[in-house]
Write a protein that binds this ligand. Structure first.
Ligand SMILES: [Zn+2]
Ligand SMILES: [Zn+2]
Length: 138
């Protein structure tokens, strides 16, 4: 068993731990991730919900993606850090933002999605598989 992936918000009120390897690690360049991060993309690790524990009360807001999936984005009401994301229609998934990890160097992006919406100034690793929108379902 590898060391859990732990992390939290900037002020420490929200803490999470995931005792599993990520199911998926990806950068996303969609407009919602640009708005939400204030940068060119978001970087995400997706874990199985059963391996996750969260401490602290996050505030949430729901956003519907272009393909109709509701994303419940959770942020710290004190410091405002966007910390994690869940999906009401896919309750088995828990997505954390790579920058909130205690050891962010453990993030290993496997792919870039939503390059259709990418900004020219947001240059990511060109060797990663890239998808115009979502990757094809496996
Ligand atoms: Zn906080
Ligand atoms: Zn996105």
């Amino acid at each position: 068993m590898t060391k859990p992936y732990s992390g939290g918000c900037a002020c420490g009120a929200i803490r999470y731990s995931a005792a599993a390897e990520p199911i998926m690690s990806n950068d996303c360049q969609c407009r919602q991730c640009q708005k939400d991060s204030g940068a060119g993309h978001g970087s995400y690790l997706t874990f199985p919900m059963g391996a996750v524990s969260v401490e602290g009360e996050a505030r949430t807001f729901d956003l519907t993606g272009d393909l109709g999936t509701v994303k419940r984005r959770a942020f710290c009401p004190t410091c405002g850090t966007p910390v994690f994301m869940t999906f009401p229609v896919m309750p088995d998934l828990f997505v954390v933002r790579a920058g909130t990890l205690d050891e962010p160097e453990r993030y290993r992006p496997q792919m870039v999605i939503w390059t259709d919406a990418a900004q020219g100034w947001d240059r990511l690793d060109p060797t990663l598989p890239a998808f115009a929108r979502m990757p094809p379902a496996r």
